[in-house]
Design a protein around this ligand. Structure first.
Ligand code: ZN
Length: 153
């Protein structure tokens, strides 16, 4: 999923009812038009690059004007998306949703559980003490002989 698709998904998840009340529909149309334009420019850029490879005269700097145009479009898209989001936020602040009947206000979903901590032992494998097979005494990890009786472990 692309960056802009993600933006779009986030935008639509904020509530489609509000969209109808606002003129953000128009702005969304603009955003879509810009995205289409960008896709065309990207395609043209790709074609130009392929052609350069075909001619074995690859000169990426010669493509910079096209890339700049694409960057400019991306900037415009992001600015428009910001405006749409700001309008949505303003509309939500102006008309807060009433709490559901019968009690608890809508709760935010619980935060995702934190990943389990990496065990220390896994990070640095320290030799655990072992029991001496002869006297049963504790032999420090890494030792070859029991400190009590000298038996090789
Ligand atoms: Zn021992």
């Amino acid at each position: 999923m692309g960056f802009f698709d993600k933006l779009k998904e986030q935008a639509s998840s904020l509530g489609s009812q509000l969209d109808q009340a606002l003129d953000s529909t128009k702005q969304k149309g603009q955003v879509n038009a810009l995205r289409k334009q960008r896709a065309e420019l990207v395609a043209a850029l790709g074609e130009a690059l392929v052609e350069q490879f075909r001619q074995q005269q690859v000169d990426v700097e010669s493509l910079r004007p096209q890339v700049d145009q694409i960057f400019n479009l991306e900037w415009q898209i992001i600015e428009l998306e910001k405006q749409i989001e700001a309008q949505k936020a303003a509309a939500q602040a102006a008309a807060p949703a009433p709490p559901p009947p019968g009690g608890q206000p809508a709760a935010a979903p619980p935060p995702a559980p934190a990943p389990p901590p990496v065990p220390e032992a896994a990070a640095q494998p320290a030799a655990a003490p072992v029991a001496c097979p002869s006297c049963g005494g504790e032999v420090p990890g890494g030792s070859a002989f029991c400190p009590n009786c000298g038996t090789k472990v």
